[in-house]
Design a protein around this ligand. Structure first.
Ligand SMILES: *Cc1c(COP(=O)(O)O)cnc(C)c1O
Length: 384
């Protein structure tokens, strides 16, 4: 009997210290935000991202919303971003009345196509948002050069990229701000959580206020002011310390989470190269100088039919291998709140309708890997 036990697409990792830390946090007096575990997690995030400073948030979505507040966006302002991303990348700016301007992605890295950014810039453009898809860096030298030419800030949606780097510089340290996700589906998680990395000291001080309901409460607790007051707009973007405790344990075990993921990623890449070459299937491209944290392994099937076919074929073997982002530019809210840049989004449409993601998590066993690889190899392409 072949083993048909389910192979999920993701499995949240537990390093072991999480509940010890959570218990410590709950039995201390400091269970609300900005307690001792928040400080520990924050330090580790700042180190991993190489940022000037970082702030723990309740999600990457909220960190993105904070970037929109920090940029003082006004209705009608425009923000350039890929359409091939999670809804939060666009939502954060649409919430301020800004218009997401969708620029196509490169067919190799699936990151914002840097050659199409300039044509999408108008007088109302206020920022460029890159998403380091699968934790592989966007073409940051080119993106930053265009941004500098027009005086625009760059935001890195680094939800996939914690621990990745670009020519030796950590992802998160390249733009004015970067956002991290600690959602249960990400490499390092606390169920729901995130962080805002800020690479400017003044902006970091303001971010701290915005995260604390628009008050200078953090300064008050540090004894820097004698009372805390409402000083700016803001909201409650601060997670409770027990969540930070869970996250601290994960961050302390970063290498233990990362190493087996990378080994599985490399195994897929080696085992599928020949098959991919002979069937016109695309595999992930990692440009020279890019180090990625093995967040995702994907296949670019030669057609939509083969995308659906492979997903169904693997499902029959109890292997969960989903497609990914549904393009934002043609989704109902994307059409209502955003607009497509002059280059269109043809690559986005093609990638979205052909991409299949393979199971990838730290606990993936040799048997599971073999079953996924055999499952892919046995997909019947049929007559061309
Ligand atoms: C997961 C993800 C988000 C949202 O993260 P949350 O922490 O769930 O809010 C945003 N952008 C990208 C690219 C993501 O993958």
């Amino acid at each position: 009997m072949p083993d048909l036990s389910p192979i999920p697409f993701v499995k949240a990792y537990v390093a072991g210290d999480e509940l010890v830390y959570v218990n410590q946090s709950f039995s201390s007096a400091a269970v609300s935000g900005d307690g001792p575990f928040t400080a520990r997690a924050t330090e580790l995030i700042t180190k991993l991202t190489g940022g000037v400073g970082s702030l723990l948030t309740t999600s990457c979505t909220h960190a993105l919303e904070m970037t929109a507040l920090l940029l003082d966006l006004e209705p009608g302002d425009e923000v350039i971003m890929p359409s091939f991303t999670f809804v939060s990348t666009a939502n954060a700016y649409a919430l301020r009345g800004a218009v997401p301007v969708f620029v196509d992605i490169r067919p190799d890295t699936l990151n914002l196509d840097e050659t199409q950014i300039e044509a999408a810039i108008t007088e109302r453009t206020k920022a460029i948002v890159v998403v380091h898809y699968a934790g592989v860096a966007a073409a940051m030298d080119e993106v930053l050069a265009i941004a500098a030419k027009y005086g625009l800030p760059v935001i890195e949606d680094n939800a996939h990229g914690l621990g990745g780097s670009y020519h030796g510089r950590p992802l998160g340290s390249l733009g004015l701000m970067a956002t991290q996700s600690f959602h249960g589906t990400k490499n390092v998680h606390c169920g729901e959580g995130g962080a805002l990395v800020v690479n400017d000291t003044d902006l970091l001080a303001r971010a701290e206020v915005i995260r604390e309901k628009g008050t200078n409460r953090a300064q008050f607790f540090r004894g820097q002011v004698d009372k805390y007051r409402w000083v700016d707009i803001g909201s409650s973007y601060l997670p409770a310390d027990p969540l930070a405790a869970f996250l601290t344990a994960q961050l302390e075990h970063f290498d233990e989470i990362h190493a087996p993921r990378l080994a599985s990623w490399q195994r897929y890449d080696e085992a599928l190269a020949e098959w991919a070459g002979s069937h016109g299937v695309g595999l992930p491209t990692v440009p020279a100088g890019c180090v990625h944290p093995a967040h995702m392994y994907y296949l670019l099937m030669p057609s939509h039919e083969h995308q659906q076919g492979l997903i169904a074929h693997l499902r029959e073997r109890n292997v969960s291998a989903p497609f990914h982002y549904v393009p934002l530019h043609s989704s109902p809210a994307g059409e209502k709140y955003g607009r497509v840049g002059p280059g269109g989004c043809a690559v986005t449409d093609r990638v979205s309708s052909s991409l299949v993601r393979l199971p990838l998590y730290s606990q993936l066993t040799e048997e599971e890997l073999n079953r996924v690889i055999d499952g892919v190899h046995s997909y019947p392409f049929g007559p061309a």
